[in-house]
Design a protein around this ligand. Sequence first.
Ligand code: NG6
Ligand code: CA
Length: 501
Amino acid sequence: MKKSLFILLCLLANLTFAQKGEKPNVIYIYADDLGYGDLSCYGATKIKTPNLDKLAASGIRFTDGHCTSATCTPSRYALMTGEYPWRKKGTGILPGDAALIIPTDRTTLPNLFKKAGYQTGIIGKWHLGLGEAVEKDWNNEIKPGPNEVGFGYSFIFPATADRVPTVFLENHNVVALDPKDPIKVNYKEKVGDDPTGKEHPELLKLLASPGQGHNNTIVNGIGRIGYMSGGKLARWVDEEVSSTFLIKAQDFIQKNQKEPFFLYFALTEPHVPRMPATMFRGKSGLGLRGDAILQLDWTIGQIVKQLKETGLDKNTMIIFSSDNGPVLDDGYQDEAVTKLNGHTPAGALRGGKYSILEAGTRVPFIVSWPGKIKPQQVSATTVSQIDLLASFSALLHQPIPAGDATDSENTLDVFLGKSKKGRSVLIEHASTLSIVKDGWKYIEPNAGPANDKLVGIELGNLNQPQLYNLKTDESEKNNLASQYPDKVKMLKDLLTEIKDK
Ligand code: NG6
Ligand code: CA
């Protein structure tokens, strides 16, 4: 067959594939620090999240869905690479000037989509490092970053909302940079003469919590972690970060509506500093954290509305989850604690962000794909974000080269609500590891503190083995380790085996 004819036939086959809905658009929406009990579809009664409730009702809602880790960077690393982050050094919470931690020759979630002919984009929080080294020039192209690990388009902020530099990057460049006002970033010492929260607390609109840092350079009336100078026009306004990301996401969808696309939409809510737009202020009655959750819910409603209006809804899969469990006081006095009003961000689970207990990694997990996933499903099957890579490899018929994504399992049929055979073994990760099999959870003995008093969270560390029966005790109240030494041994050995793999 002539080469051109062959190519034409391939293109046609690809088109039919897409038209048949076998090649859906995929939007992965990632909340930052949203807890298992933060949505009304997960039992919250003090806050209403109608858009996420509708999304859940339109598809499948998992009650045992997990991120890999109880903090951001490691969970995102696992989502992108399909590798447990605890296998690799340097995957803990990154400073805002960190270098890229994903090797650029690795199979990643976005480059699977890219290979399958998708347009790929990330909009939102990155927090996986940028450039080759900590020392970098923020006033020039910064490489490698999201574009070098599979995203055709990126509009991001580098780390977290509470870390400098408080600027957006579009592809390789800082947005709205003025060459006459160059940006400098430093995590060791003060640069330039911007006031810091420590020197000038009277300039702050949001006070830092005692003992939790967040008192370096002040940007937009908020003390940050790290120092920066310059880039005055490029600095974001916290109240507009969410709407900026939404508009960029809607632009991306609009632009790519004729081709299959994969959008990683990484929201910043309800991570600190919580500074929602005026229209959400005071609306939840739970302080700024609750208001930020309403903003998050509204944002998802806007995306769904756009998909309906453009007719893309029928062939678009939306996955919604969170990168780690909830925290109330994570560095600012924003009334999250004092205005909690009986809300339970972790639901009935013990622990929270940073914790090896269930609330550290068990998070909301919703998958919707109209016409493909039966609506109104609730599944207790164990699923993990680390398995999205192998699952999409199956859906897209894109094999994973040997040696890549070795911890990712294909659980596609579970995500699509067609099977109950999820992960047989789940590893949870905070400052220590735990393993869950057949409802039994073993937590490795650990010398770390039992509580993080500053954030008010039980970390779950104990210098003795812990064993919980999650089927009868999801709140991890009764440590059964001394009653079931055989189970402890079996789980401990299995964990060692997986660690050594
Ligand atoms: C912690 C910060 C916290 C938050 C977190 C990262 C202190 C005392 N606390 O170290 O405020 O920024 O890192 O959150 O500095 S995460 O969701 O990106 O993992
Ligand atoms: Ca987070």
